[in-house]
Design a protein around this ligand. Structure first.
Ligand SMILES: Cc1ncc(COP(=O)(O)O)c(C=O)c1O
Length: 384
């Protein structure tokens, strides 16, 4: 099938990060100095710069967002069997960190308006065994956290704020990732700022900070006792090279957020005329979307299937990604019979079967956004 709206036969990837000059200068500095492992000045600088940017006291740089979740949850010292409330609709890492520690994940459904976890369901699922809640912001629009934070404080339930998709976002003008006991971020190549692979834990709690520092580094002993390890930790360290990229990227965060919002607005103007799709909130009283990705959700009974649309887009050289598969539908968790008794997850299922996101990395050009938007409209209107 031919591309009809652009002359060049160019593939438009779902993500296209942008690397700036500072990153190259800092990485060259690492290479020239030989400091390429996790030892080196950029790891400390990145932790300091990133925690300051997010108005948190302590930062612990790690090898991925998944690693950050593993460490964050373990640092809370919960007991086997304690319950942790998590969204059904998220990356599998959110449930894995709970399962790996022998804790019990309790799923909540999503709201079809925000695509985030349903606040009322979170409240309903809290009981005496609930010891932590992972608040996960989805696709660039924050969870309305006020109520959860208030109840969690009253009931002494720990909160991990998963801001992997939220770097630079705010909730009532305060940085996402500055709420709760501990927050986590990802710097994978499709995130607002990237280190290739990488993650960060932020907290204001000194004890949690030291525990996280230890857990990311195999819980080494100190002094003569260095090789005597006092807990089960991981090697989840970030390298100086990765941190060097992060330091450079962070300098560009304002520009990146601005560009992401431009991308979102441009897609909205191209797609809003379609009666067949929903798009995530753009602006609400507590936040303006920063479009980690530009998601599209098909409305009910429109007579056209998600798979047909994404295959057709691919024929026109446009790559997309389907939305997450909810936890209770994951092969591994079915095999473990983990969520067989969990009910009322219909919205997560709907999102998963009817949602996909469009190319929306900061590197995408306006011309390509236009091509993607117009092509999608033509497919929805059965014109191509
Ligand atoms: C909400 C959320 N949390 C955690 C992660 C895991 O991050 P990583 O891919 O760096 O392991 C992701 C990844 O996309 C994510 O979207």
């Amino acid at each position: 099938m031919k591309r009809k709206l652009l002359s060049k036969n160019k593939f438009i990837p779902v993500n296209s990060p942008k690397i700036f000059d500072k990153e190259k200068t800092y990485v060259r500095d690492c290479l020239n100095s030989g400091w390429i492992s996790s030892e080196g000045k950029y790891v400390k600088k990145f932790e300091k710069d990133f925690s300051r940017y997010n108005k948190r006291i302590y930062g612990v740089a790690v090898s991925s967002g998944t690693a950050a979740l593993d460490i964050a949850l373990k640092s809370l010292n919960l007991k086997k069997g304690d319950e942790v409330i998590i969204p059904a609709f998220s990356i599998i890492s959110t449930a894995l960190c709970v399962v790996k520690l022998g804790l019990k994940p309790v799923l909540v459904d999503s709201s079809l308006t925000t695509w985030n976890m349903d606040i009322d369901q979170v409240v309903k699922k809290i009981n005496k065994k609930t010891k932590a809640i992972i608040i996960t912001h989805i696709y660039g629009f924050p969870v309305d956290m006020k109520k959860i934070l208030k109840i969690a404080k009253r009931k002494k339930i720990k909160v991990i704020e998963d801001s992997a998709e939220m770097i630079g976002q705010t909730y009532f003008k305060k940085k996402c990732g500055s709420f709760g006991d501990i927050s986590v971020f990802s710097f994978y190549a499709n995130k607002h700022i990237t280190t290739g692979e990488g993650g960060m834990i932020l907290t204001n709690d000194k004890k949690i900070y030291f525990k996280c520092m230890s857990l990311r580094n195999l819980c080494f002993g100190t002094g003569k006792d260095r090789f005597n390890h006092d807990d089960i930790g991981w090697n989840y360290r970030m390298t100086n090279l990765q941190a060097a990229i992060g330091c450079g990227q962070l300098k560009k965060i304002s520009w990146i957020i601005k560009r992401k919002r431009q991308i979102g607005r441009k897609y909205i103007s191209l797609l809003k005329k379609s009666k067949k799709i929903e798009i995530q909130n753009f602006k609400f009283k507590y936040a303006e979307n920063i479009f980690w990705v530009f998601g599209v959700l098909l409305k009910k009974n429109i007579g056209i299937k998600r798979d047909y649309i994404v295959n057709k887009l691919l024929n026109y050289n446009i790559q997309t990604r389907n939305f997450f598969i909810p936890m209770h539908k994951q092969k591994i968790f079915k095999k473990m019979n983990l969520f067989s008794k969990t009910k009322n997850l219909k919205n997560s299922e709907y999102l998963s079967l009817n949602g996909f996101y469009l190319p929306s990395g900061v590197g995408i050009s306006n011309k390509d956004i236009e091509y993607v938007g117009k092509t999608l409209i033509k497919i929805l209107e059965s014109k191509i």
